[in-house]
Design a protein around this ligand. Structure first.
Ligand code: ZN
Length: 317
């Protein structure tokens, strides 16, 4: 096929309603969604439950999943049968359920060939004295099963303090929960498989939401990774630099704080970018807080100007 001009893929996100969601995604980020239960903005997603739409340019109106399938060269022609990653902003007005995700092997076998789910969080904002749940206190699988079946949640759940600018990697098998008040940028494998361990005995439409106790006990890692190995602060990184925060076999995560001007090379198969704060330009095109876009393969030199904070990610190749 003929050489096409490389353009930035700006995406129209998909927002979701959740019992624990709030109003920040509309009021602070300007996404056009009604309701006061907006939990998630799937900023860069090609998942069947929320497939983003390209906003402008040659692919305007097309779903990201279609563009990925039809133009693999824009994404480095990698051997994925579907778009591999997803970026979300999560606004938790209330606590989310205590949950865990399976790995690829378990999900393939038990969830119709789905990907497993490895994810990570960057805390964009939170109240003072904020906490979240990461890991658990069971020493053996027997104790894990006893604590869960016995409803010994206070003993079981490991709740830790967090602050703005913390980064948390959540491997499959890690018990985790976002607590009310947190605003989070989540980067994850393109998967929606979640096992709910405990939902604080809440009701949704008059009924408790389904729990997945036995699958959870199957997949939870025992003992849990230490707190020190789970959370790190990533504040105070150099400005105008694409700082790598973390890399695992699924993704590499970067933070970029533009103050004035920065120029870097887009040398990755593709680079997913979300504007967390502020505004500016990318190669002369205006961007602002809440915008999500993809710099395709072979984009070359990227020039950004303004005052803005961005998160970026790509597949680890
Ligand atoms: Zn999760």
């Amino acid at each position: 096929m003929s050489e096409m001009k490389k353009e930035i893929l700006f995406l129209q996100p998909v927002c979701t309603h959740n019992i624990w969601g709030g109003t920040k995604l509309r009021e602070e980020f300007g996404y056009p969604v009604e309701g006061d239960d907006i939990g998630e903005c799937w900023g860069i997603s090609a998942h069947p439950n929320g497939d983003g739409t390209v906003k402008s340019g040659a692919f305007a109106g097309r779903k990201l999943s279609e563009v990925f399938k039809e133009y693999p060269q824009l994404f480095g022609s990698l051997a994925y049968d579907r778009f591999p990653l997803m970026t979300k902003i999560i606004d938790a007005r209330d606590d989310l359920s205590i949950q865990v995700h399976p790995d690829d092997n378990y999900a393939r076998e038990h969830e119709n060939g789905s990907f497993g789910k490895t994810e990570c969080w960057y805390i964009m904002d939170c109240p003072q004295d904020a906490t979240l749940v990461i890991g658990h206190n069971a020493a053996s699988r027997k104790e894990l099963s006893d604590m869960i079946h016995g409803g010994r949640w206070k003993e079981f759940i490991r709740e830790i303090p967090v602050k703005k600018g913390d980064f948390i990697q959540i491997d499959p098998g890690t018990v985790h929960a976002i607590k009310g008040g947190l605003l989070i940028l989540e980067t994850q494998q393109n998967s929606d498989i979640t096992y709910r361990v405990y939902d604080y005995d809440r009701l949704s439409n008059g009924k408790p939401r389904e729990l997945h106790v036995e699958k959870s006990i199957d997949v939870i890692t025992v003992p849990a990774k230490s707190v020190e190995d789970s959370v790190k602060s990533v504040l105070g990184l150099p400005e105008n630099t694409l700082n790598e925060l973390y890399a695992c076999s699924y993704y590499s995560i970067f933070k970029l704080d533009v103050n004035g001007e920065t120029v870097f090379e887009q040398k990755y198969p593709f680079l997913m970018v979300s504007v967390l704060e502020g505004s500016g330009t990318v190669d002369g095109q205006d961007v602002k807080k809440g915008d999500h876009f993809i710099l395709p393969c072979g984009f070359g030199t990227v020039k950004m100007q303004g005052r803005m904070s961005l998160m970026a990610s790509t597949v680890t190749s």
